[in-house]
Design a protein. Structure first.
Length: 198
């Protein structure tokens, strides 16, 4: 393995570790705030983030293995890729079911300034992480890291949707929360399908 290849793998480990730290903390907070405020979109956003963290854990294991053995394991690459894309679909399906049930029941969410603030900060942080992951995914090259970068890009966009849905639900538009959660879910499925087709 070349020095440049090893440096890219070490950078891949670093960006993945940072991603694990951020997405774990922000996702747990989003889920806790979402449960407290009965906000489905915050819970869905948090669950999607935890899957991003799980994908990053798989990438850390994968890249450390490659650095230790000076060879790139296609098996580890596939496992990391499946963790990212498969998890997205599972959370999306559960979110769709719950969103439809809430729309039929007419449930409401409380206004959450903490949730709105967390979504706003997440949009920025995830966009920065996504940019670095995509660049490194191309440089290594690692389809799994590129996929994780696309997941972070989607997370940044979904953070914006979460922010809008949380604010509108707080203004009394009860349907905005489950509709925003549906956008999050269908966005996650679209990314998973697009990545699987590549």
């Amino acid at each position: 393995m070349s020095d440049a290849g090893s440096a890219n793998l070490r950078d891949g480990v670093r960006v993945s570790v940072i991603s694990i730290a951020w997405t774990t903390v922000s996702s747990v907070l989003a889920i806790a705030i979402g449960v407290e405020a009965s906000s489905l979109v915050l819970v869905a956003f948090g669950c999607t983030g935890l899957l991003d963290a799980a994908g990053s854990v798989a990438l850390v294991v994968h890249f450390r293995h490659a650095l230790r053995h000076e060879t790139f394991s296609q098996r580890h690459e596939r496992v990391a890729f499946v963790v990212v894309t498969g998890g997205l679909v599972l959370v999306a399906v559960a979110t769709i079911v719950e969103s439809v049930l809430r729309l039929r029941a007419g449930g409401s969410a409380e206004q959450s300034f903490a949730g709105a603030g967390l979504a706003a900060v997440s949009a920025v942080v995830l966009a920065l992480l996504a940019r670095r992951k995509v660049a490194l995914g191309r440089a290594i090259p690692s389809r799994a890291l590129f996929a994780d970068g696309m997941l972070s890009t989607t997370g940044a966009l979904l953070a914006v949707v979460t922010l809008v849905g949380t604010v509108l639900a707080g203004l009394g538009w009860w349907w905005a929360d489950p509709v925003a959660a549906l956008v999050v879910a269908f966005g996650a499925i679209a990314v998973a399908l697009a990545l699987a087709r590549e």
